[in-house]
Design a protein around this ligand. Sequence first.
Ligand code: G4P
Ligand code: NA
Ligand code: NA
Length: 190
Amino acid sequence: MDILKQRILEEATVVSAGVLKLDSLLNHGVDPGLTMELGKEFARRFEGRDITKVVTIESSGIPVAFATALVMNVPLVFARRKKTLLNEPDAYCERVPSFTKGIVTDLLVSRHLLKAEDRVLFIDDIIANGDAARGLLKILEQAGSSVAGIGIVLEKSFQAGGRTLREMGYQVESLVKISSLEGNAITFED
Ligand code: G4P
Ligand code: NA
Ligand code: NA
């Protein structure tokens, strides 16, 4: 997606250890016009898939997942991230390690928000190792919901997350793939 590549080149900075700082686009600030374009692109790529719900993980996945849900005219559910897990009998929970924060967190979705009849489009902002994504997929599995596809704004393809999900059989659509951040340079795939 060329407009997104352009904005990443203009606004992103490379932080050490393969991390991209994207505060003005994804992780702190939001450009509503650009975000709507991302939502339209996901809706186009997953058109005709009978999707009943968009699901994401708080917090940075929410704007683009909202845009996608709005275009597809379906509800949005975002998994909550919590540091400690108390007894939550009314929720599906999965513990996941966090790549950027170096800690474990718990993903949690209330049982009443996911149904076995749901056909879910999972949207996320960035995929690195895919731990959070696999945690969310386990929650969808617990709920008995089917997964119609996975839409990622930015796949860091030098990390294994996207590839792993494709090997699991999911249709993963990444709007932009970054193959390297070596030497403080952003290299896109293809
Ligand atoms: P993974 O599943 O693909 O391994 O990702 P992981 O759980 O490790 O990601 C944890 C958090 O780190 C996610 O945000 C993810 O978006 C973010 N992340 C991964 N790589 C990068 C990167 O290169 N740059 C930036 N800016 N973020 C990255 P989160 O913990 O869910 O936090 P939030 O931003 O949604 O609040
Ligand atoms: Na994030
Ligand atoms: Na995220």
